[in-house]
Design a protein around this ligand. Structure first.
Ligand SMILES: Cc1cc2nc3c(=O)[nH]c(=O)nc-3n(C[C@H](O)[C@H](O)[C@H](O)COP(=O)(O)O)c2cc1C
Length: 177
């Protein structure tokens, strides 16, 4: 493996969720790169069925912060609410499966990888009350909030234990299930 590939792989697999943040702003150039990553991500039939709400730390965010289930999330300098628009996304004709949520998930996953390469930590939050979130942020009825992502410089202790993962044997099936 060449040095670039190794660095890319290491960044990707060493990611872990960050739930405690330093009181440090994120540089504007870094934020711009994160947003561009979202914009350039792949999506089914290139429909790009996504919208992202950015919430920087400050007075205007206070109402929203009440929806977060951990106090430490409130310190994140940047919070992104990723939304899918199922009506504008691609739909599989065979079974009607709608792909907007998958597309948004891919875009956010790309962004998280870039955030990590820039030295930033993130946490994906799915534990929120969608009707309340929609009300607080004025998200239209037909839009699905997929995730809240906190972003910032980590202030977690080094001795965080290794996250357990299933073995390959448990998840990979050769030739058929
Ligand atoms: C779709 C999704 C939803 C998650 N929701 C939450 C959440 O609501 N609160 C939280 O503290 N962590 C949440 N997490 C973080 C997971 O708990 C975490 O990714 C998992 O335990 C593996 O740990 P790691 O990210 O450190 O590798 C979520 C992660 C994903 C991918």
């Amino acid at each position: 493996m060449d040095e670039n590939s190794k660095q890319f792989y290491d960044t990707l697999v060493s990611r872990s969720s960050v739930r405690v943040y330093q009181d440090r702003e994120i540089e504007e150039e870094k934020i711009a790169l994160l947003l561009e990553t979202l914009r350039l991500s792949q999506s089914a039939a290139n429909r790009q069925p996504w919208h992202f709400i950015l919430l920087k730390k400050g007075e205007e965010r206070k109402g929203f912060e009440e929806l977060l289930h951990r106090e430490t999330f409130k310190k994140a300098p940047l919070i992104l609410v990723a939304c899918a628009d199922p009506d504008s996304g691609w739909e599989r004709k065979y079974d009607g499966e709608r792909y907007a949520v998958v597309d948004v998930t891919i875009a956010v996953t790309d962004m998280i990888a870039v955030a990590n390469s820039l030295g930033l930590g993130t946490c994906w939050i799915a534990s929120f009350d969608p009707p309340r979130l929609k009300e607080v942020l004025g998200i239209p009825d037909n839009i699905v909030p997929v995730g809240i992502i906190t972003i910032g410089y980590s202030d977690e202790s080094e001795e965080k234990g290794e996250t357990v993962r299933k073995s390959l044997k448990e998840i990979i099936h050769y030739d058929r299930w």
